[in-house]
Design a protein around this ligand. Structure first.
Ligand code: CUV
Ligand code: SF4
Length: 633
């Protein structure tokens, strides 16, 4: 195999200094990453696939449809628009399903905790009580665990609910939004049911009306945002503590040369939290010392990383595009993965090192990985078993290269509650001061940056967009790998106020907050729904999310989950912009997403591939909302 020196031809794409340093160092010389595969593929993406007009939903096909050519309809007569709508809707269903299956595990873990099993406790009693109110669970004169158990069981029932009543948490939405969902008949009912109905309606020969398909796609996405994701965030907060601001670091340089380095990668914090507890166990620390290490160093990757960063301040080593690079340091004893966004190539890269990829969820195994099933009933023992395996690898470590830790740190932990409290002050937590600052124009609006990063595009895209936003006095809320990437860029700390426009800088300095607020993992986008609704209810900025001077974006999106999130934002009245959507091969449907959805939902998708133009579009859209509110002085 040819020796490499970094990734040939990747200089336009990899801008992160730490990533570059690791790839150029000796231990990584035989490593092949997804960046290399992007360069080496030598063929461009299939036009039908990227345009959304390839249908393989039945065995008369696959059919490649060309819009406007009669001989190129599907064998069943289906049009490009129907196929693109079906495919898009199935992306939403897959994304929702992923959040949902994750959330179900969290709810089950929560029920175990309520029963007093396992290493976790009910930490946020106030939040438990407010959720109890949503689920009509009595709280007076009751034990905390008794309340928690009833809330947990009612939460679990939301997944399999078969009646036609709305999911419980949808009643948190604005009155106007609820009325609209009712009118359109898209109130989400059971979380699992909406995914099943979406799959059914996109089967061959069922729903052939793209507007009607999008109604169910909206309902399915809403069952994610206002259902499973919101449940996951709320119950995880109650169990592990609602995030409060804390300092930490985001960089590959957080790995330690003299410690057992264990990366936790994936999405479900149940395992990661148990690992955090187990890593402090004297027995484990002793074992590490026996192997010659000074201690145990946990570091996060992707959204699991964001979960423990937000709640424990544990550093994040890598975002999605750096997962292979983390192994290429040669400094990881193990990468522990659960579900979602963990690439099959991890085991291939690990093959050249002493690193083990430890899979822990029966749903997600990997050729070349070591499987140690995480048992939620035996959480601590499972965690210790996983740690023991990793610790024993320490002695096998060969040459490694850890990039110099950047001095840039992050301040994270901006839950909806924290923002409320921070801006409202000690005695009256409220969004009033935020609303006032938006109304008086010191904060021009809110830019929400979520989602993944993507090997096909430059890894500083989030930074470029965010810099434009904050310079124009737009406050940025971030989650997922977008937040990780902004952390690496040094924008997630109060010192970044110097990159802001004057009025936003002044607010950040006064409050001591970063201009980019890290709100957590992907499921935590539900925090943004709650926060946006609270801002509306605070008054002065219209009657629904659709009136707010705010816009969401997931530049560099790669996961189906990002599309589900985008769709639940749109169905909740928030405008969004992505760099591309796989529907461009269907003219009418494309136009429907980009304009037509405005009719029923009061919001629509936007597409802009150029990051600078995308950022400008976000500011322009914010200004248009200000104009409509009559506050654009
Ligand atoms: Ni859930 S979904 S790459 S880890 S944000 Fe990161 Fe976040 Fe996208 Fe995956
Ligand atoms: Fe072709 Fe229609 Fe079957 Fe799709 S459903 S593969 S378009 S015949």
């Amino acid at each position: 195999m040819a020796m490499r020196n970094g990734c040939e031809g990747c200089s336009d794409i990899i801008k992160c200094g730490s990533s570059k340093d690791v790839l150029a160092a000796k231990p990584a010389q035989n490593v092949i990453t997804a960046y290399d595969r992007v360069q080496r593929r030598g063929m461009s993406a299939c036009l039908f696939g990227s345009g959304g007009t390839c249908c393989r939903n039945c065995n008369m096909g696959p059919c490649q449809i060309i819009d406007g050519i009669e001989d190129m309809l599907g064998i069943c007569g289906v049009s490009a628009d129907t196929v693109a709508a079906r495919n898009f809707a199935r992306i939403v269903a897959a994304g929702s399903a992923s959040h949902t299956d994750h959330a179900r595990e969290m709810v089950k873990g929560f029920i175990e905790t309520a029963k007093g099993h396992g290493p976790h406790q009910i930490k946020d009693v106030e939040k438990l009580k407010s959720l109890a109110a949503v689920f009509d669970v009595a709280t007076e004169d009751r034990e905390i665990n008794e309340i928690a158990l009833e809330v947990g069981e009612k939460a679990l029932a939301e997944f399999g609910k078969q009646d036609d009543e709305p999911l419980s948490m949808t009643k948190r939405a604005t009155a106007k939004r609820q009325a609209l969902w009712k009118k359109l008949n898209i109130f989400p009912r059971g979380v699992d049911r909406e995914v099943v109905e979406m799959m059914h309606r996109t089967h061959m020969g069922v729903d052939q009306d793209y507007e009607n398909i999008m109604l169910q796609a909206s309902r399915c996405a809403l069952s994610d945002g206002w259902g499973s994701s919101m449940l996951s965030t709320e119950l995880t907060d109650i169990m592990f503590g609602t995030p409060v601001p804390r300092r930490s670091i985001v960089d590959l340089g957080v790995l330690k040369p003299d410690q057992v380095n264990i990366a936790v990668h994936g999405h479900e914090p149940l395992l990661a939290e148990s690992l955090c507890i187990a890593a402090q166990d004297p027995e484990m620390v002793e074992l590490a010392k026996k192997q010659g290490a000074k201690g145990i160093n946990l570091a996060g990757v992707c959204c699991t990383g964001n979960e423990i960063l937000m709640r424990r301040g544990i550093p994040v080593a890598a975002g999605f595009v750096q997962q292979e690079i983390a192994i290429a340091t040669g400094a990881l004893e193990a990468m522990v993965v659960d579900v979602q966004c963990t690439m099959e190539s991890l085991a291939q890269v690990a093959n050249g090192f002493h690193t083990d990829i430890i899979t822990t969820n029966y749903r997600a195994k990997m050729p070349g990985g070591v499987h140690i099933q995480f048992d939620e009933h035996e959480a601590l023992n499972s965690a210790k078993q996983i740690l023991t395996h990793a610790i024993k690898n320490f002695k096998k470590r060969g040459e490694c290269f850890i990039p110099e830790e950047k001095k840039l740190d992050v301040v994270v932990g901006f839950s909806h509650e924290t923002i409320n409290y921070m801006l409202g002050g000690r005695f009256r937590a409220s969004y009033r001061p935020l609303n006032d600052n938006i109304i008086n124009g010191r904060i021009r609006g809110i830019g929400v940056m979520v989602g993944c990063d993507n090997f096909r595009l430059a890894d500083d895209t989030h930074e470029l967009i965010a810099r434009h936003l904050i310079k124009n006095n737009v406050l940025v809320l971030a989650t997922g790998c977008a937040a990780t990437s902004l952390g690496r860029a040094g924008l997630v700390n109060p010192e970044a106020a110097r990159f802001c426009g004057d009025s936003l800088a002044e607010i950040c300095e006064t409050v001591g907050m970063p201009p980019v607020l890290h709100m957590g993992s992907c499921v935590d986008n539900s925090r943004i729904l709650v926060a946006a609704t609270q801002i509306v209810k605070e008054g002065g900025l219209g009657e629904d999310i659709t009136d707010l001077p705010a816009i969401g974006t997931a530049p560099l999106w790669m996961s189906e989950k990002a599309v589900a999130i985008g769709q639940y934002f749109v169905a909740s009245g928030a405008q969004v912009v992505f760099q591309d959507l796989p529907v461009s091969g269907a003219k009418k449907f494309n136009k429907y997403l980009l304009e037509g959805l405005m009719g029923p939902l009061g919001a629509h998708w936007n597409v802009e591939s150029d990051p600078q133009k995308l950022a400008e579009l976000m500011v322009a859209k914010i200004d248009a909302k200000r104009e409509a509110l009559g506050i654009n002085k």
